[in-house]
Design a protein around this ligand. Structure first.
Ligand SMILES: CC(C)(COP(=O)(O)OP(=O)(O)OC[C@H]1O[C@@H](n2cnc3c(N)ncnc32)[C@H](O)[C@@H]1OP(=O)(O)O)[C@@H](O)C(=O)NCCC(=O)NCCS
Length: 160
């Protein structure tokens, strides 16, 4: 179902969210989840199709009542895993879904042999910065003028 058609902020049935591996037909929905925030070309259909093609075991979506409400795409560089995006539909943010998707898929990453997570964030994306710090990432560097708009990037590390 098209993510753009989501109007609710809760499950209509009280169902539990389900995490499953992503497939190519999800990509347009995943892009739509982040369209309010992730406007740079690295979060485009072309890039996400490529991430999914090369890393099919480490890309997941979070479904609620059959709707895709969240996603996590990760690059394989074992024992490192590079975060390419945790994204939650705007209606479902601040309800713990981002943390849940992160923690549940971390268990899968650990089983697959990953040990370190790396993630890069635009420091202007305050929600993402706060979220990274809250779920336990440690900031290891800042790179000035990294983003298209000249913003600084913060690099984060997390030990699985
Ligand atoms: C970043 C993002 C994934 C967080 O997902 P979420 O489901 O809303 O976050 P959670 O409910 O798991 O939040 C966990 C904690 O992170 C922090 N946090 C999350 N969003 C925040 C915000 N907008 N402002 C301040 N702190 C925030 C809070 O401490 C929160 O705990 P609390 O709600 O008990 O205070 C979500 O805001 C999002 O999809 N943003 C757009 C895409 C994006 O920028 N992704 C990250 C870069 S790839």
């Amino acid at each position: 179902m098209a993510t753009s058609a989501i109007t609710s902020t809760k499950s209509s049935t009280g169902a539990k969210p389900v995490i499953r591996q992503s497939k190519p037909s999800d990509v347009k929905h995943v892009v739509a989840l982040g369209k309010d925030t992730l406007k740079e070309r690295w979060f485009s259909p072309m890039v996400l199709h490529s991430v999914l093609k090369w890393n099919p075991k480490t890309c997941w979506v979070l479904e609620l009542d059959g709707w895709i409400i969240g996603a996590r795409f990760v690059f394989d560089d074992k024992p490192r895993a590079w975060g390419w995006g945790v994204v939650i539909h705007p209606n479902f943010r601040r309800q713990g879904y981002g943390r849940m998707l992160f923690e549940e898929t971390n268990k899968k990453l650990k089983k697959l042999g990953y040990r370190i997570l790396l993630s890069e964030q635009n420091v202007k994306n305050r929600a993402s910065v706060e979220w990274h710090e809250k779920v336990g990432f440690r900031k290891i560097a800042e790179i000035p003028k990294f983003h298209d708009g000249g913003e600084t990037a913060a690099l984060y590390c997390y030990q699985l």
